[in-house]
Design a protein around this ligand. Structure first.
Ligand SMILES: *[C@@H]1O[C@H](CO)[C@@H](O)[C@H](O)[C@H]1NC(C)=O
Ligand SMILES: *[C@@H]1O[C@H](CO)[C@@H](O)[C@H](O)[C@H]1NC(C)=O
Ligand SMILES: *[C@@H]1O[C@H](CO)[C@@H](O)[C@H](O)[C@H]1NC(C)=O
Length: 267
């Protein structure tokens, strides 16, 4: 194994790009090309775009009304128990401490460890024979299915993949009365300001338009996904992770979000 992973893995995040053309960024999947593009200005409309589900196993959990804001949805049964177990075990064996955070093991809170694994790393490990190709392929395939579901639900002409990360957050201090968050309230494509504005060019990921998270487990305490109003002042929605639950949402300030502290176990 490349790097020993000591903790259970927990969720699987996909962040997507919608753009005129593939950009030169650290895009793991940037060899993939997908058709034409949508006019990004149309994204400012908080459209009700409740498109179809990807396949018959997938069930609707919440639409935008039920999630208290525009451009968001959640479905269940997007992955089955076996797939959740396989990806969890994969992360256990191959996850990298501080991945994506310059190796900082606790980038957001001293109470948790952060581990991650990109599709690129997963593919390299499979090519070197260090992990089964089948499992690396599952990671890639689910990422691609998530992209298709987000594209379908929001009725987009095209949605380009930008970055996928298999991520695990583990409680290391067992404190139940934490006042911090596992991940502070933020917007994915801009930098929220105290006055409520969100500055796009102060965030290196300003080209992102949609984000999605596919959860792989529920055997931990805390760790609810939360969404806030666009001033990031009031929490407007809580969602408990579980295997196969997928949340898709816009990357702008309308969809500010964070993670409640994980007080026991790994998410
Ligand atoms: C979401 O679902 C609820 C309950 O079925 C429905 O009343 C509401 O109109 C839906 N919202 C949208 C935006 O479709
Ligand atoms: C937290 O609890 C787990 C089991 O409940 C235990 O194994 C671990 O040592 C504890 N960690 C700390 C830092 O107390
Ligand atoms: C909000 O604050 C930012 C700097 O933090 C500033 O650039 C922006 O102009 C301010 N917006 C308003 C509407 O005051």
């Amino acid at each position: 194994m490349g790097n020993l992973m000591l903790f259970l893995c927990l969720h699987f995040v996909m962040l997507s790009i919608l753009a005129e053309e593939q950009r030169d960024s650290n895009v793991e999947l940037n060899h993939m090309q997908f058709g034409s593009f949508i006019d990004p200005s149309s994204l400012s409309e908080p459209a009700v775009a409740e498109g179809p589900l990807l396949h018959s196993e997938v069930t609707m959990l919440s639409n935008s009304t039920q999630m208290g804001g525009p451009l968001r949805f959640a479905v269940d049964h997007f992955a089955n128990e076996q797939q959740c177990r396989d990806l969890t075990e994969f992360a256990l064996n191959a996850g990298v401490l501080g991945d994506g955070y310059s190796g900082k093991a606790s980038p957001n809170t001293e109470h948790e460890l952060f581990q991650g694994l990109s599709i690129y790393t997963a593919t390299e490990l499979a090519i070197k024979g260090k992990v089964p190709v089948k499992v690396a392929a599952l990671y890639f395939d689910l990422s691609e299915q998530v992209r298709q579901q987000v594209k379908l639900y929001f009725k987009l002409e095209e949605l380009y993949p930008h970055y996928t990360h298999l991520v695990c957050r583990t409680s290391i201090t067992n404190q139940t009365d934490r006042s911090d968050l596992s991940l502070p309230i933020h917007a994915d494509n801009c930098n929220l300001q105290p006055n409520g504005s969100c500055l796009k060019h102060q965030n290196s990921l300003y080209w992102r338009d949609y984000s999605a998270i596919l959860y792989l487990n529920e055997d931990f305490n805390g760790g609810e996904f939360i969404m806030a109003d666009s001033n990031a002042e009031k929490i407007t929605m809580h969602m408990k992770p579980k295997c196969g639950r997928l949340a898709g949402f816009c990357s702008g300030k309308q969809c500010s979000h964070g993670i409640k502290p994980i007080t026991k176990g790994s998410r």
